[in-house]
Design a protein around this ligand. Structure first.
Ligand code: MRU
Length: 374
């Protein structure tokens, strides 16, 4: 069974795997409401664009259920105002992954619609919980669809080069079951290739400075029995040069209207290296990661993390300083890969058509919306 990043039920509430303890310990911690959800996201006990959105949505669902069951009808503020205020607060945890904002906006639409059609406070809370539960199911289904489309794209690219065997695929950060509600996006593609008997090796980059690759992806590969090799970020070029890889596949935190993509710091370097070595470079993400309100990558807000993450190493709960005190530090958590370096944007609704140097994400999204409505 694939690792569980979270467990949710109406009776048992919400628990999340504390990713700061992985791989040393597998400990689930309770999330009792929106304050806890904000805290576990902010502290990166849970991380990964789809997961941080899901944990925020479900953390609030736990509280919404409590309020529905104890009957907060006469309490001020009413359900709609209270939920909207909590959602605004949840949006302040981390700035780059748009899934959080898209998810909160979609949930807000649900409760506004319920309020406009005359629902009681209790009904509004239940509509919220049902919508969050639906999103949880949809996340896993979306990942499976992405994984199939991504595996097909990689195998087709290999075939076009006359390669019929198993694929050697490189990835960065953690985009697996631990970054989503299950299966994963880019790592889901590797899982599906493996399930089809077509994965020779997954090469995972350590992903400095937070080491999501070494701590989390390596752990998922080992736990699930996928053939995996860990390398430092600085070894990617040498590996492509010495041994060759068939494709790179990465996740995304935000894909904007022209296809420019924000993802974990180091993704852009990997895309540049891939172009130099003629390696197809794929971005795998659900529709909830698309943000057509932004024109290009220069508009994406990039989270900057504390100096401490770069200047110290953590071991057994202790922190060891490795950089000279007083040195200046720049520590962006994400970078933007220009659309021109991306061979394919793989979504749960298939590949977004590529124009010569970019992608028309806006038309893709409006076509999907039109189809869903009809
Ligand atoms: C399916 S996860 C896609 C991205 O969210 C992932 O690649 C990434 O950049 C995660 O960053 P993190 O800072 O660990 O939340």
């Amino acid at each position: 069974m694939v690792l569980e990043s979270l467990r949710f039920s109406r009776v048992g509430g919400l628990e999340v795997l504390d990713q700061l303890l992985v791989p040393t310990e597998k400990k689930y911690i309770p999330v009792k409401g929106s304050e806890d959800a904000w805290r576990v996201v902010r502290s990166m006990q849970v991380r990964g664009a789809p997961l941080l959105a899901m944990v925020s949505a479900l953390g609030l669902a736990v509280e919404a259920l409590e309020r529905a069951e104890k009957g907060s009808e006469k309490e001020a503020p009413g359900a709609l105002q209270w939920l909207k205020e909590r959602m605004t607060y949840l949006k302040t945890s981390r700035p780059t992954a748009v899934n959080l904002f898209n998810t909160m906006d979609a949930l807000q639409e649900v409760v506004e619609h319920a309020a406009a059609s005359g629902s009681s406070d209790k009904q509004i809370y239940y509509r919220y919980v049902e919508a969050a539960e639906r999103m949880l199911e949809e996340d896993v289904q979306a990942n499976k669809a992405i994984a199939d489309a991504g595996a097909d794209a990689i195998l087709a690219a290999m075939k076009a080069k006359g390669r019929e065997g198993q694929a050697r695929v490189m990835t960065i950060c953690n985009t697996g079951a631990l970054a989503t509600a299950g299966w994963g996006t880019a790592l889901g593609v590797l899982r599906t290739l493996h399930a089809r008997g077509r994965l020779e090796r997954a090469f995972c980059l350590e992903t400095r400075p937070y080491n999501q690759g070494a701590r989390l992806t390596a752990f998922e590969l080992v736990e699930d029995g996928l053939p995996g090799t860990l390398i430092c970020d600085s070894m990617a070029a040498a590996l492509m040069q010495c041994f060759g890889v068939d494709a790179c596949v990465v996740g995304a935190d935000r894909v904007v209207a022209n296809g420019d993509t924000a993802n974990k710091i180091g993704t852009y370097s990997l895309a540049v290296l891939s172009r130099h070595h003629g390696v197809p470079f794929y971005v795998a993400a659900p529709l909830t990661t698309l943000d057509v309100k932004l024109k290009d990558g220069s508009e994406i807000p990039i989270e900057e993390r504390p100096d401490e993450e770069l200047c110290s190493l953590k071991l057994d709960g202790k922190s060891f300083r490795i950089a000279a005190p007083g040195i200046g530090v720049w520590n962006p958590a994400f970078d933007v890969t220009p659309a021109s370096l991306i061979s394919g944007l793989v979504t749960d609704h298939g590949l977004i058509p590529k124009r010569s140097q970019d992608f028309d994400v806006t038309s893709f999204v409006s076509n999907k919306k039109r189809k869903t409505k009809s």
